[in-house]
Design a protein around this ligand. Structure first.
Ligand code: CU
Length: 170
């Protein structure tokens, strides 16, 4: 009987603790969401937004989502933090119009080695940096396209499977 009473109170205490931790967790999440909204509201007020995107020798970008606002001018700096040459591990940032899929773009870009695998057509390519080798960087400035979700990729052959993300214009 003693044992039974003891284990019952342990269960009750555990129950309360679980409820307590869950409510703390949801409060933290709520706070984080609020902070995100505040940060976003502050970002939205800027006319110019600066974005730094890093790439490396492991064929990676450090971001898979970039958020900007439709009235903004975007200054985007791409940095290649690796050390491999452009011929083996070249990286660029290419912003695709939402009229073309990543795979179609990449297929066409394959034939454009002389243009660093970029299709020089403003209807298809909304913005792009130079193709970089390890240790290099490039900065470009462009106006945000209309509200919507766009793809960005590295158009070096074979890289887009890994090096891609969403460019969201709010
Ligand atoms: Cu690349």
């Amino acid at each position: 009987m003693e044992n039974f009473r003891y284990s019952r109170s342990v269960i009750i205490v555990m129950g309360f603790l679980t409820i307590f931790f869950f409510s703390c967790d949801s409060q933290t999440k709520e706070k984080q969401e609020n902070l995100k909204t505040v940060a976003e509201a502050e970002l939205a007020q800027q006319d110019t937004i600066k974005i730094t995107l890093r790439s490396n020798d492991k064929m990676q970008f450090d971001k898979d989502e970039i958020v900007v606002f439709k009235h903004q001018t975007i200054i985007l700096e791409l940095i290649h933090t690796g050390s491999m040459p452009k011929s083996a591990m070249g990286h660029n940032f290419v912003l695709l119009n939402n009229t073309i899929s990543i795979s179609d773009y990449s297929k066409k870009a394959l034939k454009k080695k002389e243009d660093d695998y970029v299709i020089e057509d403003p209807e298809i390519t909304l913005a792009h940096t130079k193709m970089l080798g390890g240790g290099e960087s490039d900065e470009i400035t462009f106006k945000a396209p209309p509200e919507g979700t766009y793809d960005f990729i590295c158009s070096f052959p074979g890289h887009y499977a890994n090096m891609k993300g969403k460019f969201i214009v709010k």
